[in-house]
Write a protein that binds this ligand. Structure first.
Ligand code: GLU
Length: 398
């Protein structure tokens, strides 16, 4: 993923006429922190925080708990955050953190200890005007609340602006939970309109976590002519050309069901889903889901990257050659960080905004960002993904 992100930056930077030194400056990270977390039960875990770029504001980006976390993954994700905040027009930079752990194997007590020790190891390097972490894969408002509390204990800071993605009772923003999924709906709608794809569309979606589930539920509520025909989680899932109900799938999932066992439609694997004959393929699981091996079977006209880095660079180049539009993560999933920024502003001003105000502002940021990216794609005659990176580079270098 790091290699893919860097290649995208080199492509876009090169075409903008940037010299090697300027491109290297965009790629390199400002600071990297790595430490070990030792739990009282004797288990030890590697923890990371990478601060990529703060030219436009404090470092901003989530913390993930996942066994695959390593320096390169966190570097790639931190880099993507700087480009995401730039393209969406919020005054923040980019960073990312993670712990190499499978949180599903931890007790509640161990999870809290891990979250607090992450902050104990890092609090001197983060803060409301320095670096503002948030949730990412396998982290949520409960974990962020522990972290904010620990940050307050260590520093005395009571503003709650040290982290975003908090629970509502603890200074979180209304609409933050749904923001990444909602943002995906806004971006998809804008891009389809611009492409004059107005009729009914079919959607296949990989991944039913926080982001994917909200995307599907909001799509279903707001767009009667978007039909979800396939959905998977890590177990696999279901396919039904007549359409699947997002509400029913979500209810099933929340009752701890595996989508592969859902009663409607026919069974499909995650790999089957990639090759379905649909208009839009939504990737809301993990990185590298579409790669050189499976990209030839893609039939969708458009890919929406709701996960970070779900399409490898080589796969994206091949897809572009086949005129398949790849709406990149830095635009498609920017809704989360935009509302994180709005949460941070509310904390700084000691305000709490109604959800419709938050959603309106989200809409404004993303509609504007989608428009700028699309216009650049048209003007420069480059892929949409490259246009998004170019837009971000212009902001990061001006
Ligand atoms: N983890 C999310 C992302 O990858 C949100 C980051 C944030 O809100 O700071 O964009």
């Amino acid at each position: 993923m790091l290699d893919s992100a860097q290649k995208l930056i080199r492509d876009a930077g090169g075409k903008l006429g940037l010299g090697d030194e300027q491109i290297e400056a965009l790629i390199s990270t400002n600071a990297e922190h790595k430490f070990e977390i030792a739990l009282t039960n004797g288990e030890k875990y590697q923890a990371f925080r990478v601060q990529h770029n703060n030219k436009r504001g404090p470092y901003k980006g989530g913390i993930r708990f996942h066994p695959q976390v390593d320096y390169d993954e966190v570097r790639a994700l931190a880099t993507l955050m700087s480009f995401k905040t730039a393209v969406s027009g919020i005054p923040m930079g980019g960073g990312k953190g993670g712990v190499a752990v499978d949180p599903k194997k931890l007790s509640e007590e161990a999870l809290e200890e891990l979250s607090r020790k992450y902050v104990k190891g890092l609090y001197k390097n983060i803060g409301p005007d320095k670096d503002v972490p948030a949730p990412d894969v396998n982290t949520n408002a409960k974990i962020i609340d522990w972290m904010v509390d620990e940050y307050e204990k260590q520093t005395g800071d009571k503003t709650k602006a040290s982290f975003t993605g908090k629970s509502i009772e603890n200074g979180g923003s209304l609409g933050r939970d749904a923001a990444t999924g909602r943002g995906g709906v806004i971006v998809l709608r804008e891009i389809l309109n611009k492409l004059s794809i107005n009729g009914p569309i079919t959607i296949a979606m990989q991944g039913w976590g926080n982001v994917g589930s909200y995307f599907a539920l909001i799509s279903e509520a707001d767009h009667a002519d978007w039909k979800l025909v396939a959905a998977t989680d890590s177990s696999g899932g279901r396919y039904d050309t007549a359409g699947l109900s997002a509400k029913e799938l979500d209810k099933y999932k929340k009752s701890r069901g595996r989508l592969v066992e859902f009663k409607k439609g026919k069974e499909i694997t995650n790999e089957d889903l990639i090759g379905l004959d649909v208009d839009v393929l939504v990737l809301a699981a993990l990185e590298d889901a579409v790669n050189n091996d499976n990209q030839p079977k893609i039939k969708a006209k458009l890919i929406l990257e709701l996960a970070n880095g779900p399409v490898t660079y080589d796969a994206y180049r091949s897809l572009s050659g086949r005129d398949i539009i790849d709406v990149p993560d830095i635009l498609a999933n920017a809704g989360g960080v935009v509302v994180s920024y709005l949460e941070w502003v509310q904390n700084k001003k000691s305000e709490q905004w109604p959800e419709d105000r938050v959603n309106r502002e989200l809409e404004n940021y993303l509609a504007k960002a989608a428009d700028k990216v699309y216009m650049r794609m048209k003007k420069e005659n480059i892929p949409l993904k490259e246009a998004a990176f170019a837009e971000a580079i212009v902001k990061l270098t001006s």
